[in-house]
Design a protein around this ligand. Structure first.
Ligand SMILES: NC(=O)c1ccc[n+]([C@@H]2O[C@H](COP(=O)([O-])OP(=O)(O)OC[C@H]3O[C@@H](n4cnc5c(N)ncnc54)[C@H](OP(=O)(O)O)[C@@H]3O)[C@@H](O)[C@H]2O)c1
Length: 230
């Protein structure tokens, strides 16, 4: 049975990834701060036959990441870790606050690093496994009014590309996924995107990621309209 960990699996892309992976031969571990949304995803994934566990944890807190990693690996190492949880705050650079900057770097850059550190020993023990880092086209190029979000995603890209080189001679695969805008709750607290219904659905992006991550180590899914956001 394949063991898959997905962060931010209660909503948006993380939820759709969980549903794409869900089948009889999969054990899913869903991570996020809100148990309620994780349980909603779990109920749907179980209908496809998956065995599902939910873990309430804040990925910006090292002790919480270590705790869930120990819990998840109790009966053996993980096959796939999807670092999907992320947040975005947008607007002119000079109107941004230190709190926003720290929250984005802690969630988008530090969180995936903490998770990688917690799970890589298990991957290496088996000399196999895959880490999929959900970045964004914001990790490929700068964007107006997205400076701090883009900076946090460039950090994640640099980390991902470096691990790809460091573990090139092992069975551990590191996949970088870069996607443009998706219609998810990510945009609920901002007017940076005027009409999110024009964006890709998280389902179509999840389908591409699950399919392509089996072969590729870099996946680029550009926005439909090339508006370039997020
Ligand atoms: N939507 C887009 O247009 C777009 C485009 C490119 C890339 N992305 C990236 O795609 C990923 C998924 O985003 P989405 O669009 O699906 O947004 P979303 O629906 O807001 O999902 C983000 C998830 O991350 C979880 N999360 C946030 N902070 C967390 C923390 N500290 N610890 C644990 N979980 C945390 C949230 O759950 P809790 O609040 O319950 O913790 C939420 O379920 C993000 O990395 C985002 O940067 C999004």
């Amino acid at each position: 049975m394949k063991k898959i960990v997905i962060t931010g699996a209660g909503t948006g892309l993380g939820k759709e990834l969980a549903l794409q992976y869900a089948d009889n031969d999969v054990e899913l571990h869903l991570v996020g701060r809100s148990l309620q949304t994780l349980e909603e995803t779990a109920a749907e994934a179980e209908k496809s036959g998956a065995k599902v566990y939910v873990h309430a944890a804040d990925i910006t807190v090292v002790s919480e990441v270590k705790h869930i990693a120990a819990e998840i690996e109790e009966d053996g190492p993980v096959d796939i870790l999807v670092n999907n949880a992320g947040i975005g705050m947008f607007g002119p650079f000079m109107e941004s606050t230190a709190d926003q900057m720290e929250a984005m770097f802690r969630t988008n850059s530090f969180g995936p690093i903490y998770l990688a550190k917690a799970f890589i020993p298990g991957f290496l023990q088996n000399n196999r496994g895959t880490i999929i880092n959900i970045i964004s086209t914001a990790g490929l190029r700068g964007k107006k009014n997205e400076s701090l979000y883009v900076a946090s995603k460039f950090a994640l890209r640099g980390f991902t590309e470096s691990l790809q080189q460091e573990y090139a001679d092992t069975g551990l695969r590191i996949v970088a996924a870069y996607m443009g805008g998706m219609n998810t709750p990510f945009w609920d607290e901002t007017d940076h995107i005027k009409d999110k219904s024009r964006l890709r659905t998280p389902k179509e992006v999840a389908e591409i990621i699950v399919k392509e991550s089996a072969e590729k180590t870099e996946i680029v899914i550009e926005s439909k309209n090339k508006s370039g956001s997020a």
